[in-house]
Design a protein around this ligand. Structure first.
Ligand code: 3EB
Length: 326
């Protein structure tokens, strides 16, 4: 394997084998409840059931041996180029989600700086009851406020926001995992959308702090980490109540990001991975049919049953696109 980072969806039956591989940075599974291995270990389980018939495990490999560490609640591994960390936080041990988010983000930002990987590239957040109210407002907003509080302590943070996902699970625990780098990536915004950071305050009293995508070169490999992408144009939700319309709009948003980055002549060599979050599991068959039409039919994909951060959103898509120069 020559890639600096190789991300694949592989048959779930191979998970045990990959867990013992010294070049594996992350082994991400999807199941009814969340877990994250402590004291060094690649196992991360997102508390979202997989809807695919054939179940996959997401495997992140590198060509180098990885070394494992634990600092307080964060398990992380490092290579010469990158750091991948994860933590599963117990909400019952904290006063509220806002404070928990603030502390979690401060600790992960501190860690990346201390370890010499100060550039956050991509981050995933999963916590339950995302659309429910806590202390008078939606929990997604409480999360946004806490995250913002930690980021705003850092100079120039608005120009260095990572791509992100914030999704509602149906099981307890706040799971965060993230990729950071020694050298910076490039923050990408979407011309069809208002930057989330500049959304009006109705979506969150403190700006949702993420970029639409991060472009990162690892040597000859160029990776585009696409944030959770939904049917949002400008700052408004489009196609309310229409899951097919929402899918098509989300894909237009993804295409715009691809257009803005990976040059068209590279398109043929581009490899895409998709993670599709569905609020309504019964939409699976119709959505899958459309995905086959909108992307190359062989595009690997994982479907997850999840809540999306705006009540009226029925789906959201994470994308990863990679091109390796000859
Ligand atoms: C949106 O476009 C949909 O708060 O980290 C997508 C990806 C969304 C990440 C986040 C929120 C986040 O606004 C919501």
């Amino acid at each position: 394997m020559s890639n600096t980072l190789q991300v694949d969806y592989l048959p779930i039956a191979s998970a045990a084998k990959w867990a013992d591989d010294p070049c594996v940075m992350a082994l991400i599974q999807f199941a009814d409840s969340a877990s994250s291995s402590q004291a060094g270990g690649a196992n991360i389980t997102v508390g979202l059931p997989q809807l695919n018939k054939q179940k996959w495990v997401e495997v992140w490999r590198t060509k180098h041996l990885v070394s494992w560490h634990q600092q307080e609640q964060i398990s992380f591994c490092t290579t010469d180029h990158m750091l991948l960390g994860h933590m599963l936080l117990d909400e019952s041990a904290s006063s509220d989600l806002e404070t928990l988010s603030e502390h979690a983000y401060r600790s992960l930002l501190d860690l990346t700086v201390q370890q010499g990987y100060p550039h956050l590239i991509r981050i995933w957040n999963y916590f339950p009851n995302i659309n429910q109210e806590e202390n008078g407002q939606e929990r997604y907003k409480n999360f946004c406020i806490g995250r913002h509080r930690a980021y705003e302590e850092r100079q120039g943070f608005k120009e260095q926001l990572p791509a992100a996902t914030a999704i509602g699970s149906h099981s307890p625990g706040f799971l965060i995992y993230f990729l950071a780098s020694k050298t910076p990536g490039c923050q990408i915004e979407n011309p069809r959308q208002v930057s989330a950071f500049h959304y009006p305050a109705i979506y969150s009293p403190k700006s949702p702090s993420f970029s639409r995508a991060t472009l990162k070169y690892w040597g000859r490999q160029s990776d585009l980490y696409i944030s959770g992408t939904a049917s949002v144009v400008g700052h408004k939700t489009h196609h309310i109540g229409d899951h097919i319309g929402q899918l098509q709009e989300s894909v237009r948003n993804i295409e715009e990001l691809l257009k803005a980055t990976h040059a068209s002549e590279e398109k043929l060599k581009q490899r895409m991975l998709l993670k599709i979050y569905l609020r309504q599991a019964e939409n699976l068959a119709q959505i899958d049919q459309q995905i086959n039409r909108l992307f190359k039919p062989e595009t690997p994909r994982i479907y997850l049953h999840a809540d999306i951060c705006r009540k009226e959103l029925l789906l959201e898509i994470d994308g990863y696109s990679t091109v390796t120069a000859d």
